[in-house]
Design a protein around this ligand. Structure first.
Ligand code: GLV
Ligand code: MN
Ligand code: MN
Length: 395
């Protein structure tokens, strides 16, 4: 039998690693991330699972023989919420623990590393699924210039052999929705039909740093004005290409030298866009690239575009979805829906190797990637019950 109070107690214990106000600061390979992984490893061991860290810091709690894999990630955004990733990992632990006590079925647990992208995005699962080589991942640097190769040294002698994906029959990830749909509709469970794809690149506009009092407006080559013009032109131009589901974000900006009395000489920013159609992602990219070049030419700015990283849109497995539908109808009759995931998940990478499905519980006010992120306890437990039911474990 699954134990809701043990599950909630573990979820709060995980929250304590990196707790900051109501949120959590636990980016991949930070001291709280490593402490949390060691705590999780001990909980997995107590549950009778065999613990294995791989070279990327992905943490597995393995059942013997072939098993169903459940889990998510336990790293957070630089300033993140307490449930993003954590919910799926702790629910997986509870389901695996209940399954072992009942003598089956065989359930394994995973906490992938760096889902939140300190080093790009879904890094641990990307390497595990061979989307990316270790050498490629190792070369990626965070915004402070620390490479993954340097950061993962902290794993030390925890690192064991790679975990063979062939030992798993499928993967189910429980997650918070991170958007407003379920909360606004008063529903309890979202069953994911497909996960959108995304593209991201770093862009630099270079102008001329100069005196903010003496340089006439007409003579300036102001890199920040370049970003500002690009942003408003892009919002206008993308309208011809996108649907209401398409999103684009400039979320990271570094203005140099970032001083009130200096015309900015350089601005470096992230340009990210997401959509459920690979074709539309490509058309959005063409508009972005054209607009960047046009603004740079008009304003006399240098333009440097970094490599475009991304993940393709992916559909969930129909058989696992059917199992989740029956489970959702049993636990939350009439209060579930099928829906697209606008957030990225490790499930996208894992779907290359085995059948994969996902389910959501509501996010209060639709808020996530923020300290205010929260979900009603009754909904957290409903998510756990649907996951257990779909995994064939008694609730
Ligand atoms: C994952 O956290 C995402 O950015 O969607
Ligand atoms: Mn997540
Ligand atoms: Mn996230």
């Amino acid at each position: 039998m699954i134990d809701a109070s043990r599950f909630l107690a573990d979820l709060h214990q995980l929250r304590s690693f990196g707790a900051t106000g109501t949120g959590v600061v636990r980016p991949a390979f930070s001291p709280p991330d490593i402490l949390a992984r060691d705590w999780l490893a001990a909980r997995m061991q107590d549950a009778g699972l065999s613990v294995q860290f791989d070279a990327m810091g992905n943490l597995f709690g393995l059942a013997e023989g072939k098993s169903l894999l459940l889990g998510s990630h336990s790293d957070t955004q630089p300033t993140g919420g307490w449930l993003d990733g954590a919910l799926g990992v702790i629910a997986a632990l509870e389901v695996a623990r209940a399954a072992r006590a009942a003598g089956g079925p065989a359930i394994s647990v995973v906490s992938f590393q760096d889902e939140e992208g300190r080093f790009g995005g879904t890094t641990g699962s990307a390497v595990w699924t061979e989307m990316m080589t270790v050498a490629e991942a190792d070369a990626v640097a965070d915004t402070d210039g620390v490479t993954l190769a340097e950061a993962r040294q902290v794993l030390g002698d925890r690192v064991g052999p790679d975990v063979d994906p062939a030992r798993f029959t499928g993967f189910i990830e429980l997650h918070i929705e991170q958007g407003p749909t379920l909360d606004a509709a008063g529903e309890q469970i979202g069953l994911v039909t497909d996960i959108v794809g995304y593209r991201e690149m770093m862009v630099t506009f270079s102008g001329q740093q100069n005196h903010a009092g003496t340089t006439p407006m007409a003579l300036r080559r102001d890199a920040f004005q370049g970003l500002s013009a690009f942003n408003s032109r892009l919002n206008d131009r993308l309208r011809n290409v996108v649907t209401p589901q398409s999103v684009w974000t400039i979320g990271h900006v570094q203005v140099a030298p970032n001083a009130a009395s200096i015309v900015p000489g350089q601005v470096r920013f992230s340009m990210q866009w997401r959509d459920g159609s690979a074709d539309r992602l490509g058309r959005m990219e063409a508009v972005i690239t054209e607009t960047l070049a046009e603004v740079a030419a008009e304003m006399g700015l240098g333009l440097d575009q970094g490599a475009v990283l991304g993940l393709e849109p992916v559909a969930m497995d129909p058989t696992l979805r059917t199992r989740l539908e029956a489970a959702a109808e049993a636990v939350a009759p009439g209060r579930w829906r099928s829906m697209q995931s606008g957030a990225l998940h490790d499930a996208t990478n894992v779907a290359r190797l085995m059948p994969v499905a996902m389910l959501f519980v509501p996010s209060i006010g639709g808020i996530s990637h923020a300290f205010e992120e929260d979900t009603a306890e009754v909904d957290l437990v409903a998510g756990l019950q649907v996951l257990a039911h779909a995994a064939g474990v008694h609730t």
